[in-house]
Design a binder for this molecule. Structure first.
Ligand code: ATP
Length: 517
């Protein structure tokens, strides 16, 4: 593609009426074709971090990662410069995408070309664009100039996507809220995931956030109810006011009342001075009652009174005062069942559950697993200080097969544990550490066969001329391709056949001949 046709294609990507995320995906695909790259990524800057928001050629989990700029010298150099920057194939600086490249047999970036450019919106750095080509010599002075020109259109595409998001958000907003909300729509990215189930919850959450209704977040342990509560507050009209967290399970019954509603001086022995409670602290804002199902019945009665008349009474006081607090509660218990057994007051239940919002368990949003895993891998990579931390294909498969009774929390702990175990095998700072399925130590919960661990597609130096026959080399290449397709499709043979553009029955036959079945 010549420069002119590149610009034309980018302009076409720009003017087509597409959702923001898809528009940017199209842009990176166009750039990949034009610049003959293995991977192209658009990353958005968020304080000290860069977050991939559109990518092609990288493993899907990359979209869940966050790159601390200070820890990635290439990204730091691109961010610091205004012009396009190129890294020579022999550059000693580690590449942030090592282990994540789809096209490379083991995901690794050996000798390769890399270039990038910072993206500016309204005079401020907005993010960066990076391009990696697997063949050294792909990028030269000419491509640098072409990238410089193309970056203007990428900036335009980003701008357009931002404007569209603003418009969509404003359409959903009550009038008095417009200014505040438009400032914050791009801020919170803490909830990782792109599954349709998650997107539906986020949409519902955005709508209910704007009402002042009490919300009851329901979901199994570890699904992220606290994150959703924070998001709800952030998107509400109260976002500039406090969000006060109360863990009801950790409140001792004897102290619960004074903690929640405050106490007067001398209300009990040790109460040497008057003290405000959590409801006072939350005045004007939101109180988040986590694990509300654990509240003792005596406190439930007092909480109900606050919800009924908006007034609180400090322990030891006979006067009450008004507070204006929005209630968001969460539980992993079956509250209706608790009502039946008399452990939870029915009247309080009805007050709290005006708007129940169920958060789906992780096993019902498989699409989020890779992104979350990527996010936790990057956090752990930073923590343990290695160059790259990645999953073997079999490990990735194991994550998808497992049913995650402890949900995201369990995934987070599984990856942290495996990272530390990998480190204890003697990894060093400059190492690329691969977590294999055994390190994850997950119980087998599925019927699908486990890919043999040798499916980690290693670079194949042994395929050099003189070390094997052409026939064996072809077999080896076919084996690697099939394993990659199987890994990518989660061992779904029909999908793997489509990826390989083969007839499924031929794929089965070939896989048997190659010893893969
Ligand atoms: N979508 C997500 N993106 C990033 N991190 C997540 C996500 N969901 C959950 N987490 C992380 O998983 C962990 C558990 O989340 P959280 O404590 O909110 O769960 P919970 O539903 O409140 O669980 P419990 O009912 O046991 O209190 C936290 O460390 C949280 O940051």
């Amino acid at each position: 593609m010549h420069d002119v046709s590149l610009l034309e294609t980018l302009i076409a990507d720009l003017v087509t009426d597409l959702p923001a995320a898809i528009r940017l995906e199209k842009v990176v695909k166009t750039l990949r074709t034009h610049f003959h790259c293995g991977a192209v990524v658009i990353l958005k800057r968020e304080q000290e971090m860069l977050r991939p928001i559109a990518s092609v050629g990288l493993a899907r989990e990359a979209l869940g990662r966050r790159y601390l700029i200070a820890q990635h010298p290439r990204l730091a150099a691109i961010t610091a410069a205004r012009e396009a920057i190129r890294f020579e194939p022999d550059s000693p600086l580690p590449d942030p995408y090592d282990g994540l490249i789809e096209e490379s047999p083991d995901g690794m970036l050996a000798v390769h070309d890399c270039m990038g450019i910072s993206l500016y919106i309204e005079g401020q750095i907005w993010g960066v664009l990076t391009l990696d080509a697997l063949t050294p010599g792909t990028f030269d002075e000419h491509t640098m100039h072409a990238l410089q020109r193309a970056s203007l259109l990428v900036e335009a595409a980003v701008r357009m996507s931002m404007i569209e998001e603003h418009v969509r958000a404003l359409r959903n907003q009550p009038r008095d809220n417009q200014q505040r909300y438009s400032n914050s729509i791009h801020e919170n990215h803490d909830i990782i995931g792109r599954s349709s189930r998650l997107m539906n919850v986020m949409q519902e959450l955005a709508v209910v956030a704007q009402s002042d209704l009490p919300v009851l977040l329901l979901g199994e342990t570890g699904v992220g109810k606290e994150l959703f509560a924070r998001q709800l507050h952030q998107q509400s009209t109260r976002s500039q006011q406090p969000l006060i967290y109360v863990n009801c399970a950790a409140l001792p019954e004897t102290l619960a009342e004074s903690e929640l509603f405050g106490h007067t001086r001398g209300a009990f022995s040790g109460a040497s001075q008057e003290r405000a409670g959590r409801f006072d602290s939350a005045d004007g804002g939101t109180i988040f009652l986590d694990e509300v199902g654990e509240l003792p019945l005596s406190i439930q009665a007092k909480l109900l009174r606050v919800l009924q008349n908006g007034e609180i009474q400090r322990l030891g006081s006979d006067r009450s005062h008004r507070v204006n607090v929005r209630i968001v509660a969460a539980t992993n218990r079956d509250l209706q069942q608790q009502v039946k057994t008399g452990d939870f007051r029915a009247d309080l239940y009805h007050r709290l559950s005006v708007y129940p919002l169920p958060i789906p368990p992780l096993r019902e949003r498989d699409d989020d697993i890779a992104l979350l895993a990527g996010h936790f891998l990057e956090l752990n990579r930073t923590r343990i200080g290695v160059r790259a931390l990645r999953l073997s294909p079999a490990a990735e498969q194991a994550l998808h097969r497992y049913d995650w009774p402890g949900n995201v929390r369990e995934l987070e702990h599984t990856i942290s544990r495996a990272a530390i175990k990998a480190l204890s095998r003697g990894a060093h700072r400059n190492d690329i550490v691969t977590i294999d399925a055994a390190l994850l130590d997950l119980p087998i919960t599925a019927t699908q066969p486990t890919l043999p661990e040798q499916s980690t597609v290693e670079p194949a130096p042994y395929m050099a001329l003189g070390t094997m026959s052409l026939r064996d080399a072809i077999d080896e290449l076919q084996r690697q391709f099939i394993l990659q397709a199987l890994t990518k499709s989660g061992y779904n043979w029909a999908q793997a056949a489509r990826l390989l553009d083969m007839d499924p029955s031929n794929l089965h036959k070939l896989a048997s001949r190659l010893g893969l079945k």
